[in-house]
Ligand binder design. Structure first.
Ligand SMILES: [Fe+2]
Ligand SMILES: [Fe+2]
Length: 243
């Protein structure tokens, strides 16, 4: 099976369009979305409809999605993020509310786990950035591999049989059967690793090849539309720097 994975779209239609086209060309058979479909940018309606058209096998709930539907308090967000969620709430149609309300915090497909923030206390929206936190989280999921998002910085962490964990340099490799993996698939709509290109992943269970890929997209259009919608200039600016 060939899976296409993406996360943290945040209503960025230009980036999601590029990723959806790329995943179709990759010949993926099933799609997994790791949450934060909305928030920050100005095309929630079109972006949710595009994601719905992919007929994803699984989509997990992100903190911005949870904030939008009232499952996470908006005081937990920065000012611009909370403002964007309130703005988004005014745009959504009934079928978008239904879609967001149907999402769960965690999903499991055989040996594969999906979560937005972290296997440990997924509902608390922890950020898995430090190695010690990544190490600890290997104890909180079953199976071979856990995909997640939320951090907006792609990386692959590998745990060997002796329990040791390291962050791999590579973003493309063949997974080893005697290891386990925690994989951040980066962000479609607001990369924060210093590279403004949009990001997605492909995982082929036949070959065990995992690839995290980057592509150019028209972030100037997204930034312009952000400002025109009255959303934060700061949110527009970080698309240009990828930070
Ligand atoms: Fe996010
Ligand atoms: Fe998030």
């Amino acid at each position: 099976m060939r899976y296409g994975l993406f996360s943290d779209v945040h209503s960025n239609l230009e980036a999601m369009t590029v990723v959806a086209d790329a995943l179709k060309k990759e010949g993926v058979q099933e799609y997994f979305c790791l949450g934060d479909l909305i928030g920050y940018y100005s095309n929630p309606v079109e972006t949710l409809d595009l994601i719905a058209s992919l007929d994803c096998w699984k989509i997990v709930l992100g903190n911005h999605d949870a904030g939008c539907i009232g499952k996470t308090d908006l005081t937990r967000f920065s000012g611009p993020a909370a403002d964007a969620i309130r703005w988004t709430q005014k745009q959504l149609k009934p079928h978008h509310w239904e879609m967001l309300k149907s999402l769960r915090l965690r999903e499991e497909i055989g040996d594969i786990q999906l979560v937005h923030s972290s296997p440990f206390q997924s509902e608390e929206w922890h950020y898995l950035t430090k190695l010690e936190d990544v190490e600890r989280n290997f104890r909180y999921f079953q199976g071979f591999i856990c995909f997640f998002g939320h951090v907006h910085k792609p990386f692959i962490a590998e745990q060997k049989m002796d329990g040791s964990v390291r962050i791999l340099e590579e973003h493309e490799l063949v997974l080893q059967k005697d290891c386990r993996y925690l994989v951040n698939v980066g962000s479609v709509g607001q990369p924060r690793d210093g590279n403004p290109q949009t990001c997605y992943a492909v995982y082929d269970t036949d070959t065990q090849k995992l690839s995290i890929k980057r592509l150019d997209y028209d972030f100037e259009t997204t930034a312009r539309k952000t400002t025109e919608a009255g959303l934060s200039d700061y949110l527009a600016q970080r698309l240009r720097t990828g930070k």
